[in-house]
Design a protein. Structure first.
Length: 229
């Protein structure tokens, strides 16, 4: 279904985001796949960024697997690596739960384990079983749409951020408020500004995600296969 046919949804404006929700079966399990997300830097409110999660939850989804592209700050991260997100730092200073409490949400959701540890372990195990090695680290979410300056990247490094991006955190916050289990993977598409010897370009980000897509797909399919009914 096209996003434009869903009330409250908009057409994504970012190249590489199709704007379609696909419902079907993956490895024998029912899944909803959102091809494209709403970023706050596109002018959407953080609540709209989290809307697909609310729709998935209303339709019965209880597990959320997120993916994103990110710049590597930790020197161990190389373009093309997949990183399991262990935790995040919300440096966008925006939160999708600001405002009246949506019925069913909590006012003050606990965020002491935003990314489910059992699901993280399972991702690593599944990856090993198909010959992939996953990195792991802390994701820093900034507002964008500019990439970072080298000084900002040095600051992020000191704050304990391993990889930096412009998405994902609104969705995780909404999912935790609804009690969904989350697991997330960053595709490291580039070294962050100041570490990379060359300027950062969206075309390069797209090219690296395209190269990582096959491994990512195998990983997700095998991960879904391990989930209980
Ligand atoms: N910074 C922020 N977001 C990103 C980057 C980056 O270097 N690469 C891909 N998304």
């Amino acid at each position: 279904m096209d996003y434009t046919d869903i009330p409250g949804f908009a057409a994504p404006t970012v190249e590489g985001h199709a704007g379609r929700v696909i419902s079907g079966q993956l490895a024998g399990r029912p899944v909803l796949a959102f091809a494209g997300r709403f970023h706050v830097y596109e002018g959407h409110s953080p609540a709209v960024a989290g809307l697909p999660v609310r729709v998935a939850h209303a339709l019965g989804a209880r597990l959320l697997l997120l993916s994103n592209a990110a710049g590597g700050i930790n020197r161990a991260l190389k373009p093309g690596d997949l990183m399991v997100i262990t935790d995040h730092v919300n440096l966008s200073w925006r939160n999708p739960l600001v405002g009246p409490v949506v019925p069913g949400d909590e006012r003050f959701p606990d965020m002491s384990q935003p990314y489910d540890e059992e699901l993280q372990r399972r991702l690593h195990q599944v990856a090993a079983s198909i010959g992939l090695t996953l990195q792991s680290g802390v994701y820093g979410g900034l507002l964008g749409p500019t990439y970072e300056t080298p000084a900002e990247v040095r600051m992020l490094e000191r704050l304990g951020v391993d990889a930096v991006g412009m998405s994902t955190i609104p969705e995780v916050i909404v999912a935790r408020a609804l009690g969904m289990r989350c697991v997330a993977l960053s595709c490291v598409t580039n070294q962050a500004a100041g570490i990379s010897p060359v300027p950062i370009a969206h075309e390069d980000v797209l090219a690296v995600t395209a190269r990582a897509a096959r491994d990512f797909e195998r990983l997700v399919i095998e991960f879904v296969r391990t989930l209980d009914a």
